[in-house]
Write a protein that binds this ligand. Structure first.
Ligand SMILES: Nc1ncnc2c1ncn2[C@@H]1O[C@H](COP(=O)(O)OP(=O)(O)OP(=O)(O)O)[C@@H](O)[C@H]1O
Length: 258
């Protein structure tokens, strides 16, 4: 049961705009002419086989890697022209939900959420902090876990808390790296729904990196297929996969789709 996607996307405003992006490591030419716009309120899914450069792309977007050639504009700023302080400022507007971004095991759920908040929003009062924690826990449907330790949660619940920890800083952009990896089908559907709810309630724009075609179909307003350093096809899920292109069919046929 997948949620119907909201359609509150502003196609006149790109929050991420990438033009002719190249990136090599020695003779390994990973990105070879990437063009991508992510519009305000849009979920864009990036699909591609292992090693095609999806993580490199994300790292360039947040300024962790320098582009070789080309321009990367995020929230109106050219990322590779920013100094350290400006980059830190920009990153506060971007929520990362990385595959291996573990919670702090020695802290309760509440403390895990409090930690980024008190670090980055020093002027908040105690009651504002408490309200913010309750609000994000409610948004991810896990208010009842506030006093629990991460080890007491299921894998799906831990992912949800990871997303809550990111949301608490109210990012404008969300980057999800393999959000459903390692989850059973029911927990995966819950995460897909959560990604759509976050989009709707927090008005975020997102890039979702995944191999999971069910996730791509459920969450992506647009899907972009990365191959040989370029997006070889972009469009809705059905537009991308409604093709005889062998390179895309093979990706589809080898992934189980419900
Ligand atoms: N810092 C680095 N130095 C050298 N090579 C790198 C570096 N980061 C990534 N690469 C290379 O870039 C290529 C793309 O890596 P990347 O991690 O982006 O793949 P991916 O598409 O995210 O794969 P996966 O789906 O397995 O996570 C790989 O060949 C990798 O070895």
């Amino acid at each position: 049961m997948l949620k119907i996607k909201p359609t509150n996307i502003n196609y006149n405003e790109a929050v991420i705009s990438i033009r002719d992006l190249y990136k090599s490591f020695g003779h390994n030419h990973v990105l070879r002419g990437i063009n991508l716009d992510v519009y305000k309120g849009e979920n864009v899914v990036v699909l591609g086989r292992s090693g095609t450069g999806k993580s490199v792309l994300i790292k360039i977007i947040v300024g962790l890697l320098k582009p070789g050639k080309g321009s990367v504009n995020v929230l109106g700023m050219e990322v590779d022209k920013l100094n350290g302080a400006e980059l830190r400022e920009l990153r506060l507007k971007i929520g990362f939900s990385f595959q291996h971004s573990a919670l702090y095991d020695s802290m309760t759920v509440r403390e895990n959420l409090e930690f980024p908040l008190v670090r980055h929003r020093k002027s908040l009062t105690r009651s504002e902090v408490n309200n913010a924690i309750d609000e994000v826990l409610d948004a991810v449907g896990l208010l009842q876990t506030k006093k629990q330790m991460p080890s007491e949660l299921s894998g799906g619940q831990r992912k949800r808390i990871g997303i809550a920890r990111t949301l608490i800083l109210q990012p404008q952009i969300m980057l999800y790296d393999e959000p459903t990896a390692g989850l059973d089908p029911i927990s995966s559907i819950e995460i897909n729904n959560l990604i759509n709810e976050v989009q709707e309630q927090y008005h975020t724009s997102s890039i979702i990196i995944t191999h999971d075609l069910t996730c791509a179909k459920a969450t992506g307003d647009r899907v972009a297929m990365l191959l040989d350093g370029k997006f070889i096809r972009q469009g809705t899920f059905d537009e991308v996969f409604g093709t005889d292109d062998e390179r895309i069919r093979i990706f589809f046929d080898y992934n189980f789709i419900k």
